[in-house]
Design a protein around this ligand. Structure first.
Ligand code: BES
Ligand code: ZN
Length: 993
């Protein structure tokens, strides 16, 4: 069992020796195989003598054995956390009781071999085995090696869980080794301390389960054309699951190089971050195995590693010396579903090379679509993993929305290849800069690939307005967290929220705007160049942006001073422009102005606000608001004149005006709306509605901004209106107000419906522009959802034709979701069962997704309940889609209460199986509580929180607080607005002649 260790050790201690020799590989493989055959339990018995090969000793620093800190020495017995008296302070935590790694050791290089078994064992379980050598440098004297591991079983090596060598290849004596499960460490205590300035290496052999849990090294599966189940081994390391694949210093600042090798059987391909350097075959018994070794990686963080064994096909292209490949299930590739991704990747890579002015750091870029994947995509360096819907596109089956999703996700992940991967934030507390940055520049990259789509505008709807909804709550939180506050995997996972992504993206867009893009990219380039292969904190970026200004633009304060107001305090301001007095002022915008903000801010909720504004018939200008109130703002106007502030909603704030100005803007919408920029038409609507929700204005005044919509043909203002009217809808769709609302909505949407019906020749050909296609979808979905008869007839007719002839689906690609949903909503069991069958037979995930959403549209409670049961059965609904399916059912007015009962009854199952750090988990809580607007519902929610405190809410913890706060605001809002809103809808109806 011990034979062959020398290979890894030699390489590791040698430091510079990175290539694996052919013989070595085969021996390693044989070792792995032998190990596999042997029992895997950690036996503590003696093992045979270790025959070591020659030890090549790499350069190691001079022996600095100077004074160093005390050697941290824990007790040798098990750690018990006994109670301590009230007066005695708790004893300081032992190193292995802390969640953060000590700084004493830093990894240099790993040599890692993994062998995933794609066949189940006798119990039907899957597993992998592996061995790893890590070479590390000692900075401070210590007798402890702490390295992360999670759910790994270590083989016993001479009675210990590891072996350690020092300079000269001398093996060190381990006095004790154990796994500390709560903090996820392998702890190795040495008889004699490691010395500062020296390199050491540690070797381990281990086994893990290859589960379908979507994290670490995990298993995905699909059924091929012949009805055979095929297994894939793949990884998802971010943020803290690399330790579930192999023992590693699993923190982003512990950068190292990695030589990875994977073993697989015939018919499979092995992929990793780097290109293959060596491929060996080995026959063990009658079976052929392949051992593939990859080139050593660049210096990188563990969370960006990826290794995959699959039977996929690919399409490839070379773009300026970089090999680009798109991988997917073979039939998907054969049907051309990877072609679109392949076509846009080259241009996007080129765009980022120019934008960052840094060449793509790796020799290849692989992107792979996995049947089971928790997030949307993951930026592993050189091997980006995707959910199928985020990478595959079929021009004959997918919609333009699916296509946009693909180009944007690709742009997002490619942006990370530099920002995040080449230069990495030191700790997860700064995650917002990584994700926020990618969330901003994904629009730039996607816009470069699809310049005619005008994608850049969409950030306002998708990010700015989306995150305003949560950042306006007193339970929000600042972008930036303190390093010491973020420790547990759950705390880290919770940072992947709308604040990090969408607020991060929004404030960086604002920053790029007030600096000018030229200065922004200059600073960015200098940041990326300076910190390549290294780690940073977010202020490093601000410093480099500051240095790039060089007098080219005049700012009222330093970049850091301006930005601190946006990153260190939660929320955002509402800027009020009083054109009567000529004043401007700002106030922390809270959805419920009476809510208690318990989080103090050193800036007292005052921001440095860049205000781009224009006056009727005049040029744009930029004014900075640096205090609570500026009485000399020179914005005094009268008569028909108006002021419009926050042009293109580049600023992260809402705007309020005096009544006269509001009225003139609304008048302008009604007389000639094209004078106002498209995004600002959306803004006038969105800000009005939200100011009304926060009691700055009357809801009826907000509703007034929707009157002009019968003349509006642009998607963005319509979408803003629909998003806000959706709030009124969910508050009232169980009450009598809905009757008048329905009539009003039909009145407003009918011209849009007629317009698109004619443009598309009765829905037979799609509209031209990208945004027009979206608006066409809106026209149909809104008309149908409010009961427009012609629309419903059309939807039913299209669906009926498909049911008659299931092999021919003539439903226009963009309208599928709407047609499916409405046909199922107005149909019964037959319509539902047909969709269910088509869902199971879908050949592309975008199609399955549309059907999956539509299945939640039925009005039959028993069908909804059955669908809820299906959602937790992985043989029916993939685990990755469980929470989003439940959310979809919850959004259905009939399904909401059923889902609430279901979630309450099954919380512990849902939490245990689906709670681990997925975005959709917090969305689940948001969707099921979306309609809550009574005291009774509030009590139920409070009770739910109490009842399940012992189980926890994981990444949905904050979502519970947000839901409570929103419910309270809803209760007040409904009380205050029910009658006036009902009257307004009634009076806004033009009598039918
Ligand atoms: N790094 C994330 C993926 C991720 C998310 C890993 C959460 C671990 C936890 C990746 O860059 C990402 O942001 N993916 C997005 C897609 C993107 C277009 C917003 C996703 O998965 O939805
Ligand atoms: Zn990202």
């Amino acid at each position: 069992m011990a034979k062959g260790f020398f290979i890894s050790r030699t390489l590791a201690v040698g430091g510079g020796v990175l290539a694996v020799g052919a013989v070595a590989t085969i021996i390693a493989l044989a070792v792995v195989y032998a190990q596999e055959k042997a029992s895997n339990a950690v036996t503590d018995g003696p093992s045979g003598p270790v025959t070591n090969g020659p030890v090549t000793d790499g350069p190691s620093g001079p022996v600095t054995d100077g004074p160093s800190g005390p050697v941290t020495d824990g007790p040798s017995g098990p750690v018990t956390d006994g109670p301590s008296g009230p007066t005695t302070a708790p004893p300081p935590l032992l190193p292995w009781q802390r969640l953060r790694l000590p700084l004493a050791l830093r990894p240099i290089h790993y040599q890692l071999s993994l062998w995933p078994r794609l066949e189940p064992d006798a119990q039907g379980d899957y597993h992998f085995s592996g061995n790893s050598s890590v070479l590390f440098h000692c900075h401070n004297r210590t007798d402890l090696i702490l390295i992360h591991c999670d759910r790994l079983q270590f083989n016993s090596l001479s009675g210990r869980l590891a072996r350690v060598w020092g300079p000269g290849g001398r093996e060190l004596h381990i006095s004790k080794s154990w796994v500390q499960n709560d903090t996820q460490y392998l702890v190795v205590r040495l008889a004699d301390p490691l010395k500062p300035g020296q390199n050491y290496s540690m070797y381990t052999e281990f086994r893990g389960r290859l589960d379908d849990d979507l994290r670490g090294f995990y298993r995905s599966q699909y059924v091929d054309e012949n009805g055979q189940t095929r297994i894939i081994a793949t990884t998802q390391m971010q943020p803290t699951d690399a330790r579930k694949a192999f023992p590693c210093f699993d923190e982003p600042a512990m950068k190292a190089t990695f030589t990875i090798s994977l073993t697989h059987g015939p018919g499979y391909t092995a992929l990793s971050n780097m290109p293959v350097s060596d491929n060996k075959t080995l026959t063990v018994g009658n079976v052929i195995w392949y051992n593939v070794t990859f080139q050593p990686t660049r210096k990188m963080s563990t969370y960006l590693l990826a290794f995959i064994v699959c039977d996929f096909g690919y399409v490839e292209q070379h773009s300026e010396g970089t090999l680009i490949r798109i991988w997917a299930r073979k039939p998907a590739i054969a049907q051309g579903q990877g072609d679109y991704a392949l076509n846009v990747t080259g241009p996007i890579l080129n765009f980022f090379e120019t934008y960052y002015n840094v060449s793509y750091p790796l020799p290849k870029s692989d992107q792979i679509a996995l049947p089971d994947f928790n997030a949307g995509a993951m930026e592993n360096w050189g091997l980006i993993t995707y959910r199928e819907t985020a990478l595959l596109y079929d021009r004959n089956l997918s919609s333009n929305g699916n296509k946009e999703r693909v180009v944007k996700v690709i742009a997002h992940e490619l942006a990370h290849q530099w920002f995040g991967n080449l230069v990495t934030l030191r700790w997860w507390n700064d995650l917002w800069l990584n994700e926020g940055f990618a969330s901003y520049v994904e629009y730039l990259g996607a816009d470069h690939a699809e310049p005619s789509w005008n994608l850049k505008m969409l950030i306002v709807l998708n990010d700015v307005y989306r995150v305003f909804a949560v950042d306006a709550l007193a339970s929000s939180h600042p972008l930036s967290s303190k390093e010491e506050e973020i420790n547990t995997p759950a705390q880290i996972n919770e940072l992947f929220d709308a604040i990090s992504y969408s607020k991060g993206g929004s404030v960086l867009r604002m920053l790029s705007d007030f600096l000018t893009e030229e200065i922004f990219v200059t600073g960015l380039n200098s940041y990326l160049t300076k910190f390549s292969y290294d780690n940073t904190v977010y202020t490093n970026l601000f410093d480099h942006l500051q240095q790039a200004i060089k007098g080219k633009v005049a700012l009222p304060a330093s970049v850091n001073d301006i930005m601190s107001r946006w990153t260190l305090q939660m929320g955002f301001p509402v800027v009020t422009i009083d054109t009567e007095k000529g004043h401007i002022s700002q106030k922390h915008f809270l959805l419920d102005p009476n809510s208690n903000v318990t989080r103090p801010s050193e800036f007292h909720y005052v921001w440095f606000v860049p205000i781009r504004w224009m006056r009727r018939n005049a040029q744009q200008q930029l004014t900075w608001l640096l205090k609570k109130e500026d009485a000399n703002a020179n914005m005094k106007y009268s008569g028909d004149d108006w002021v419009l502030a926050n042009i293109d909603v580049v600023g992260y704030y809402r705007v309020n005006y005096d009544e006269r100005n509001w009225n003139n803007l609304v008048k302008q919408l009604e007389t000639n709306h094209s004078v106002l920029p498209i995004i600002n038409r959306a803004q006038i609507i969105a800000d009005s509605f939200n100011l009304a929700r926060a009691q700055y204005r009357h809801t009826t005044a907000a509703l007034d901004t929707t009157k002009y919509l019968h003349n509006e043909r642009e998607y963005i203002p319509w979408q803003a209106a629909l998003d806000n009217l959706a709030y009124i809808r969910v508050m009232f769709d169980r009450s009598e107000v809905f009757g008048n609302m329905k009539k009003y909505m039909l009145q407003q949407v009918s011209p849009l419906y007629d317009h698109f019906k004619s443009v598309t020749v009765n829905w037979t050909k799609p509209s031209e522009g990208h945004m027009d296609q979206y608006n066409e979808i809106n026209a149909m979905s809104v008309a149908c959802s409010y009961g427009h008869q012609d629309c419903l007839n059309k939807a039913q007719e299209l669906y009926r034709d498909w049911m008659k002839n299931p092999s021919v689906n003539n439903i226009p690609l963009n309208l599928k979701t709407t047609v499916y949903c409405n046909a199922i909503a107005s149909g019964g069991e037959k319509q539902w069962d047909f969709a269910w069958k088509m869902f199971q037979n879908a050949t592309i995930a975008t199609e399955a997704d549309k059907l999956g959403v539509a299945l939640a549209c039925t009005k039959e409670p028993w069908l909804l309940n059955r669908y809820l049961m299906y959602s937790l059965d992985p043989s029916k609904v993939r685990k990755q889609d469980a929470t989003s399916t439940i959310s979809a059912i919850a959004r259905n007015v009939v399904g909401q209460s059923l889902t609430w009962d279901f979630i309450r009854a099954k919380w512990s199952t849902i939490f245990e199986q689906y709670g681990g750090g997925s975005f959709s988990f917090s969305r689940l809580i948001a969707s099921v509580t979306e309609r809550f607007s009574t005291e009774f519902e509030l009590k139920q929610l409070e009770q739910f929180k109490k009842d399940n405190e012992h189980i926890g809410f994981g990444s949905g913890t904050r979502a519970i607080e947000q839901a409570l706060e929103k419910t309270k605001a809803n209760i007040k809002w409904v009380k205050a607005n029910r009658d006036s809103v009902n009257d307004w809808f009634a009076s806004a109806l033009t009598p039918t002649p």
